[in-house]
Write a protein that binds this ligand. Structure first.
Ligand code: FAD
Ligand code: UDP
Length: 371
């Protein structure tokens, strides 16, 4: 009998599967209901040899040494540093909003005044979440805070989450703070990059172990065998047949377009916080510097997740949802052999490095319990 079942071949599933197979020398069956491995990080070369990120742009970034060292066993990375351009009132500028942005969107004299006041009020290099930034007494800074709230956050967040920034967990908008700095990068993590052969290849390398068997197009609910341990990276509410109710998610619809020219835009990601129904446009060939005289972009439209209609992408961090999640988790604790992990299993807005770190941590626990 195979001892371990891993449900889901994304980063969470692949990490725990690899660790059990290689460190405990036990057999692992990995299943996924999709027809491919890599979960939401799945990428592939299209007919123009452009690496497409099927479920949205994925940029690896971490300051977690352990995760970086772990992943480096399976891939090399390029030296890509992610920058995001936003179009505000027709002007292309940098997101997160920083000191350079002031000079793009305001006349020079006003930008200088605001810069001086900002540097008096905040330490250089500080990241200030927008909801905190809005609490200003100074008239100029109040004007700036209202401007940033309106032009960067209000409409984008409403498009993305269906509610205004004040009704979204502060940690969500804090991912893109107001940055008292001239650093135009989206992330300041020590390690960042794109795997040289793509994410799917990384996961393939992780799963390429004699103790691991992978079965695609296989849904957990159709399995009949028993397993000593089950690691479940799918949605916990679905596992329990929505017994306490459905956990809500946001989904995303990517509309792909191919153009018969070399480039569509100058950057991988351009945000449209104020205009259009989509939130951002991705142009994939920039990530690995793919050469082609054609280009492929995707416009990203956010929508509610509905069972059977679209995919779960973003858990919605909100007290009532966490309460509901905890009901499921308490039920899971009554069972002996099931472990939930990953963005869907933990119902947490994990980036890739956090999903991997969580799986490594869980493995350490399992290893200890193993004696
Ligand atoms: P998933 O990748 O979702 O994998 C879960 C797998 O389980 C899926 O393949 C699913 O098919 C399978 N499954 C579910 N239920 C069943 C079942 N019943 N039976 C069989 N299989 C099942 N992170 C970053 O670090 N940088 C980024 O730039 C970034 N960009 C993102 C952009 C978008 C639009 C989204 C949605 C996420 C982004 N992320 C990014 C986060 C990243 O996608 C996640 O951290 C990562 O995918 C989590 O991996 P996972 O294995 O937990 O989940
Ligand atoms: N956000 C915004 N305007 C932007 C970029 C981000 O309002 O131009 C807010 C929005 O609420 C978004 C959140 O910040 O959901 C986090 O943005 P991030 O780019 O981290 O989202 P992800 O890449 O995970 O979709």
């Amino acid at each position: 009998m195979v001892k371990n079942l891993v449900v889901g071949a994304g980063f969470s599933g692949a990490t725990i599967a690899y660790l059990i197979a290689s460190k405990l020398n036990e057999k692992v069956l990995v299943i996924d209901k999709k027809d491919h491995i890599a979960g939401n990080c799945y990428d592939y070369h299209d007919k123009n040899n452009i690496m497409i990120h099927k479920y949205g742009s994925h940029i690896f970034h971490t300051s977690n040494e352990k995760v970086w060292e772990f992943l480096k066993q399976f891939t090399d990375f390029n030296q890509y540093m992610h920058k995001v351009i936003a179009v505000i009132d027709g002007i292309e500028t940098t997101i997160p909003f920083n000191i350079n942005t002031l000079y793009d969107v305001f006349p020079n004299s006003l930008a200088q005044r605001l810069e001086t006041k900002l540097l008096k009020q905040f330490e250089f290099n500080k990241k200030v979440p927008i909801l905190e930034f809005k609490k200003q007494d100074d008239e100029d800074l109040k004007f700036l805070a209202d401007y940033v709230y309106e032009k960067v956050f209000l409409h984008y967040t409403t498009k993305q989450w269906g509610v205004s920034p004040t009704d979204v967990d502060g940690a969500v908008t804090a991912r893109v703070p107001v940055y008292i700095s001239k650093d135009n990068r989206y992330f300041q993590d020590k390690y960042q990059g794109i795997p040289l052969n793509g994410y799917t290849q990384v996961i393939k390398n992780m799963l390429n172990h004699p103790n691991i068997e992978v079965k695609l197009n296989t849904d957990y609910k159709d399995l009949t065998e028993n397993y000593e341990r089950v690691f479940y990276t799918g949605a916990i509410d679905e596992y329990y047949n929505f017994e306490f109710g459905e956990l809500p998610y946001r989904s995303v619809n990517f509309k792909f377009e191919e153009y018969d020219r070399e480039f569509y835009q100058q950057n991988t990601v351009v945000n449209y916080p104020c205009n259009y129904d989509f939130t951002r446009i991705h142009e994939y060939k920039h990530y690995l510097n793919d050469k082609s005289d054609k280009t492929v972009i995707a416009k990203e439209y956010s929508e509610f997740f509905e069972v059977g209609k679209n995919e779960r992408y973003y858990p919605i961090p909100k007290d009532e949802n966490i309460e509901l999640y905890n009901k499921y988790l308490n039920k899971a604790k009554e069972e002996k052999n099931i472990y939930f992990l990953g963005r869907l299993g933990d119902y947490k807005y994990y980036d890739m490095d956090k999903a991997i770190a969580r799986a490594i941590e869980l493995f350490e626990e399992v290893k200890q319990n193993n004696g």
